[in-house]
Design a binder for this molecule. Structure first.
Ligand code: UDP
Length: 240
């Protein structure tokens, strides 16, 4: 088992689904406040953090495409949904007393800063937590791909993918009671065992560049702090 990374700079991927908490749709204040508190705790310990936020709790481009609509328009709408989530998280982080900035890959200058690599990197170096909206800024991608891309651009030590389950399983643990959880898998094992860690484009980017991914349960209190302390939490997906 390879040792766990003890990252100084992380990229946290938060899905839209997480943002809706127990609701069926939209943004749940309680869930967002909980994530903000977890992030603030880690930021106060000196960890530099970029959060890439999803939008599935509000809109997914595929929903329009499935009804015969225009995928590109749908994806633009999906990216706008991530901006709403980013603003909600930015506000919740400010309530925690943390300096945070939302940056959008889609220009929206009267609402938030535009994502510019050097700007985001400079914020992080100054211990300002950045909340990155708009995914990659392009249709036909997902925020998972945005997360892998930004993690590499911003030289993060690891990509932390917060999910609804506590790691990568051999099968869907909600459907298959015999499913077992992996503590570690290599990129190669994940492919050969058909494990779904992230979408294909995101996974390929991480694999090709040796970016470690840690999949963990975002709802578990203290999990984020334990991960940055180098403890074994969730599943580590890495090159070796
Ligand atoms: N999206 C996109 N390009 C990107 C990132 C996101 O077009 O680089 C759109 C796409 O329509 C997607 C939606 O934004 O369905 C919301 O993102 P995602 O589904 O990744 O959110 P999550 O599943 O994490 O909530």
């Amino acid at each position: 088992m390879p040792p766990r990374p003890k990252p100084n700079r992380i990229l946290l991927k938060l899905s839209g689904e997480a943002m809706m908490g127990k609701q069926e749709f939209g943004i749940d204040d309680e869930a967002v406040s909980h994530f903000a508190a977890e992030i603030a705790g880690v930021a106060r310990a000196g960890i530099e953090i970029a959060v890439v936020i999803g939008g599935g709790n509000i809109f997914r481009g595929l929903a329009i495409a499935a009804k015969g609509g225009d995928r590109v328009t749908g994806d633009h709408m999906g990216m706008l949904a991530t901006v709403m989530n980013a603003l909600a998280l930015e506000a919740a982080l400010a309530r925690e007393g943390l300096e945070a900035r939302a940056l959008s890959a889609i220009e929206m200058p009267s609402v938030c800063e535009t994502y510019v690599h050097r700007r985001a990197a400079s914020h992080m170096a100054n211990k300002v937590t950045v909340v990155l909206a708009g995914g990659t800024g392009n249709p036909f991608f997902t925020t998972d791909s945005g997360a892998a891309l930004r993690a590499l651009e911003l030289e993060c030590d690891a990509l932390l993918k917060g999910t609804q389950v506590d790691g990568v399983y051999s099968a869907d643990p909600h459907r298959d009671p015999t499913a077992t959880r992996y503590e570690h898998v290599t990129f190669q094992e994940a492919i050969s065992r058909g494990l779904e860690v992230m979408d294909t484009a995101a996974f390929a980017l991480a694999r090709d560049n040796g970016l470690p991914i840690i999949v963990f349960n975002i709802h578990e209190p203290g999990a984020l702090a334990r991960i940055v302390a180098g403890e074994v939490v969730g599943t580590l997906v890495s090159a070796g």
